[in-house]
Design a protein around this ligand. Structure first.
Ligand code: NAG
Length: 250
């Protein structure tokens, strides 16, 4: 599995008026949610959610060094620090899936439980996601370990258990593309549904640290006084990975 951006040094590129984003760079879609940290001593002990992956990217430019697109929700003790683990079960797609170790056709996504650690990316083998299939995810802290479970049609298809480096304080979504020698094209919108986040202790103000960046949320709320938080749906917008209006380059 290829490592995520967290292990790469930022690209020192002169950004002018770009027709497309520069080759060999990591591009992040600007439609995402960011949740955390909870107040007091509370931390995140579990997150469950479902995603039907969007149709695969269009209008990309394939090249010898293939573009490579990721869609994920991840949990971490920090807001994106490279020194912390990021538990990030992940969808991946590339025009040549096999070149990335993914058995899917170019019309499908692959999925795998996966963890970024400062010493490298850990992950399970890719599993094909048949078109229009809902994938259920669970990230759970159990006995100081983080267990990621990826389920399709009631069957566990990928599972990974890693040490918990530090209590989880953040949960956030991302879509990103490595441009390779080509370009990433357009990613259709998609929904993160049935999101439930469980805290170690009640935080009645946890909704105040839910930030929505160009996504819509149906209503993030708790019905048990702040331990369990739920929203039916977070809608992520389509992204033109080649447009600097829709993306940030790292
Ligand atoms: C939502 O997720 C819960 C598990 O957290 C599950 O029991 C429930 O069936 C899911 N609801 C839908 C509509 O998928």
């Amino acid at each position: 599995m290829r490592s995520s951006v967290y292990v790469l040094t930022p690209l020192a590129a002169a950004i002018g008026a770009l027709a497309s984003q520069p080759a060999d760079s990591w591009v992040f879609g600007n439609s995402l949610f960011y949740l955390g940290p909870p107040s007091g001593n509370a931390h995140i002990t579990k997150a469950t959610y479902s995603i039907v992956p969007p149709s695969v990217p269009t209008e990309f430019e394939s090249a010898s060094d293939e573009p490579w697109v990721s869609v994920w929700v991840g949990a971490s003790s920090t807001a994106g620090d490279q020194d912390a683990n990021l538990y990030q079960p992940i969808f991946n797609w590339s025009p040549d899936q096999e070149s990335q170790g993914c058995p899917a056709s170019s019309e499908e996504w692959c999925v795998a439980a996966s963890t970024y650690t400062p010493s490298g990316q850990l992950g399970q083998s890719y599993v094909t996601v048949p078109k229009n299939t809902k994938v259920d995810f669970e990230i759970a802290v159990i006995n100081s370990k983080v267990v990621q479970t990826v389920t399709m049609k009631g069957k566990t298809v990928s599972k990974e258990t890693d040490a918990l480096d530090s209590p989880l304080q953040y949960l956030y979504s991302s879509n990103e593309c490595y441009t390779g020698a080509g370009s990433c094209g357009n990613l259709a919108g998609y929904q993160i549904t049935n999101l439930t986040v469980t805290l170690s202790e009640a935080d009645t103000k946890f909704d105040q640290v839910m930030s929505l960046d160009s996504v819509t949320d149906s209503t993030f709320k708790s019905t048990d006084g702040g331990i369990t938080w739920h929203t039916d749906k977070i809608k992520v917008n389509s992204i033109d990975f080649d447009s600097s209006d829709d993306t940030q380059v790292q």
